[in-house]
Design a protein around this ligand. Structure first.
Ligand code: HEM
Length: 402
């Protein structure tokens, strides 16, 4: 126990560097905690986060899920991530068939080709930046292959995604850079939609463009706003997050060589390692909700209308759920984690992320037996939603003898 008052917010860079000690104090001392500065509540224990994620009648996504983007008009939000049932389920049903494990695994060869394409120029290099030279680009290419985004546009879209998420030191609200990047990406995806409506192809953007949704009145085509929002969230949501997961993998497997060796000895452990990476350092640590009715938790009433953060990254380290939760152990018996959220909003692209990170690790480990991370020169992205590294300089060892 510390005498220091507990404090957490997702904008504070010092906290962002290592929030886990604060998460532990929250879970132990204040499992429901109120942030006066930014006027929000947080839940930090596994079971609370899980229950709140399931109770969409009380904890709504319809007013936004990022604190600084929340407002009082539910109709301002068009993405599935910001909808409640039944509308959410109607929209999700349009794309869900494209994201099943079976459907996604049929992309494995394509994903491997993408991964190998980025690794080939790095082979034989003693040093490179694992994120800037590799991890940054793979998820963008994978999602682009699914959606049908042409090669020449991918870098631009990836940059918009970075700009939308980035916050300068002390910046909370969107600035001109974010607004501009958002409106450019919106215009791009709207144009893509119009092209696919006119000339459908064999890609997910065409399936969305020509797709229909079943609501209370029956089947109807998606509106332009719905379809653009769908393509946009799929095109952008998975890039930052999956790149950060790969960045963490490079860092943690560099830091724990014995764990990395286990994966080299038995690559079948890689899927387990991916779950452990998601658990121990999830790229999307907090999801916000609007409280729709007074609700009592831990002896305190959270008033109707409050904003509340579900601290999934803290839930994943809850010792009520995991033994020795701060230990990175790729052989941990798999247990559910909430790195992909939980309940109806749980990540649509989870199997895409699992596939690309598994294949990336298989190919990296097959080429690079041993590496060290230059921790002093690692850098983090600074956003209020995604947490992880933008730069992970690595030095590859033992290349000659393998
Ligand atoms: C490691 C990578 C990823 C992580 C950690 C991650 C994390 C999450 C989380 C925590 C949520 C739930 C948000 C909430 O409850 O408010 C979510 C939702 C979502 N994710 Fe992911 N994600 C990843 C990759 C992807 C990919 C690759 C895609 C697309 C191909 C994607 C598309 C989506 C979409 C569309 C939703 C909204 C689902 C809904 O509201 O029904 N994500 N993701």
């Amino acid at each position: 126990m510390s005498d220091e008052p507990i404090y957490y917010d997702q904008y504070d860079r010092l906290i962002d560097d290592d929030p886990y000690p604060i998460f532990k104090r929250l879970r132990e001392e204040a499992p429901l905690w109120y942030n006066e500065k930014y006027d929000f509540w947080v839940l930090s224990r596994f079971e609370d986060v899980r229950q709140a994620s399931l109770d969409t009648d009380t904890f709504s996504s319809n007013y936004g899920t990022v604190l600084e983007l929340m407002d009082d008009d539910p109709t301002n939000h068009t993405s599935i991530i910001n909808e409640d049932p039944p509308y959410h389920n109607q929209l999700r049903a349009v794309v869900a068939p494209f994201f099943t494990p079976a459907k996604i695994s049929s992309f494995e060869d394509e994903v491997r080709e993408i991964v190998v394409g980025y690794l080939a120029p790095l082979e034989g290099k003693g040093e490179f930046d694992f994120v800037q030279d590799f991890a940054r680009w793979v998820p963008m290419d994978v999602v682009s292959a699914l959606l049908g985004i042409p090669q020449e546009d991918r870098k631009m879209i990836n940059t918009w995604g970075d700009q939308i998420n980035h916050r300068d030191e002390g910046q909370v609200e969107l600035g001109p850079v974010q607004v501009e990047a958002f409106s450019r990406s919106n215009a791009y995806f709207e144009n893509m939609l119009m092209q696919r409506r006119a000339h459908p192809r064999d890609d997910l953007a065409s399936a969305i463009a020509t797709g229909s949704c079943v609501d209370e009145q029956g089947e109807r085509p998606l509106t332009t706003d719905e379809a653009v929002a769908m393509i946009q969230i799929i095109g952008i949501a998975g890039n930052e997050t999956a790149s950060r997961l790969l960045a963490s993998a490079a860092w943690l497997l560099g830091k724990y060589p014995e764990q990395r060796q286990k994966l080299r000895d038995d690559p079948k452990l890689i899927p387990k390692a991916v779950e452990e990476l998601l658990r121990i350092d999830p790229p999307s640590p907090i999801q916000f909700r609007r409280v729709l009715a007074d609700v009592e938790m831990h002896g305190t009433v959270i008033p109707k209308g409050s904003n509340i953060g579900l601290l999934t990254a803290s839930a994943n380290r809850d010792d009520r759920q995991y033994e020795d939760p701060d230990r990175f152990d790729i052989e941990r018996t798999p247990k559910r984690h909430v790195a992909f959220g939980y309940g109806i909003h749980s990540c649509l692209g989870a199997w895409v992320a699992r596939l690309e990170v598994r294949v990336a690790l298989e190919e990296v480990l097959a080429r690079f037996p041993d590496w060290q991370v230059d921790e002093a020169n690692m850098q983090r992205v600074r956003t209020s939603t995604v947490r992880g590294f933008s730069h992970v300089p690595v030095r590859m060892m033992g290349l000659m003898e393998h």
